[in-house]
Design a protein around this ligand. Structure first.
Ligand SMILES: Cc1cc2nc3c(=O)[nH]c(=O)nc-3n(C[C@H](O)[C@H](O)[C@H](O)COP(=O)(O)OP(=O)(O)OC[C@H]3O[C@@H](n4cnc5c(N)ncnc54)[C@H](O)[C@@H]3O)c2cc1C
Length: 254
């Protein structure tokens, strides 16, 4: 229903669902306890930051980097593009799930790790702390779903937290992609349903065709036609029973 009524809006909880799935499957117990209730309630939203300007399908060549600090947190630096729900003020915070590589990571997709990078670094009680090094570089130009902000997102030494194991970020991505495939079916179903209901309404309301026994709707005036007695044989509204008896529904006497 949400997709059928507003696909653009549906993208926001849709991407949160991706973040929820990834944290639920790969996150630590602390991460689940802290982030999942806020994402599930809609208090915060989430994103999936995979794509880069040179890396879409082939995520093994991403350039976004992360480095670990002594306190166990990470700093994430790089640029992602095409990020759905990447920036907005619908919710107080946005939790970006970012694919990046650690120093010495393996080549290709095996070297990808996943990080949770909040727009505002939350305090332990859930209140919002400092603005993180995450900024919206620009809004992408699209042909449709323009109400959905698809963004270039820049990470500049942004505070991040590892989700799952090092080098297993692609598993999270694959997991999200599998669920994403299911989720991508939802827009199709929602839009097809909306399309069907629009078509049914249109078909029920539209006045069209002619009754063989004459005009049924008094508001519809017979259109002038070339129907003449001489050409009456070709006048389809004239039922055989009325033809030649001056009862042509077009009033032309054929
Ligand atoms: C509206 C919108 C929202 C998006 N939201 C997000 C988001 O929230 N987060 C995010 O991370 N990304 C997002 N994306 C990006 C999306 O995930 C990428 O567009 C997608 O992964 C494809 O990457 P690409 O556009 O770079 O195409 P490419 O990778 O360049 O692929 C183009 C074509 O080439 C083919 N191809 C690519 N590599 C090969 C190969 N080696 N061999 C044979 N064929 C190949 C592909 O199958 C495809 O047909 C979004 C995109 C759009 C349009």
């Amino acid at each position: 229903m949400v997709v059928g009524s507003n696909l653009s809006f549906a993208m926001y909880p849709g991407l949160s669902q991706g973040a929820i799935d990834a944290i639920h499957t790969h996150g630590s117990e602390e991460q689940k306890a802290f982030y999942l209730p806020r994402l599930a309630s809609g208090e915060w939203t989430g994103t999936m930051c995979l794509t880069e300007a040179h890396a879409g399908t082939d995520l093994g060549i991403i350039r976004t980097r992360a480095r670990q600090l002594d306190d166990g947190t990470y700093r994430v630096t790089g640029q992602k593009i095409f990020i759905t729900a990447g920036e907005h003020d619908l919710t107080a915070n946005i939790c970006h799930l970012v694919l990046a590589k650690l120093p010495g990571a393996a080549e290709g997709t095996r070297g990808i790790s996943m990080f949770l990078v909040p727009k505002f670094v939350p305090n332990t009680d859930g209140s919002l702390g400092a603005r993180n090094g995450v900024t919206c570089g620009s809004i992408e130009h699209k042909m449709g779903i323009k109400g959905s902000a698809t963004c270039v997102i820049n990470f500049d030494e942004a505070v991040g937290y590892l989700v799952g194991d090092e080098g297993k970020g692609d598993a999270g991505h694959v997991h999200d992609d599998e669920l994403g495939t299911t989720r991508r079916g939802h827009p199709g179903l929602g839009l097809a349903t909306a399309s069907y209901h629009n078509a049914v309404t249109y078909a029920r309301e539209r006045q069209q065709g002619r009754s063989l026994s004459g005009v049924k709707n008094p508001r519809v005036r017979p259109t002038p036609s070339s129907c003449t007695p001489r050409r009456g044989a070709a006048c389809w509204p004239c039922a055989p029973s009325s033809r030649g008896r001056g009862r042509c529904p077009r009033g032309r006497g054929c």
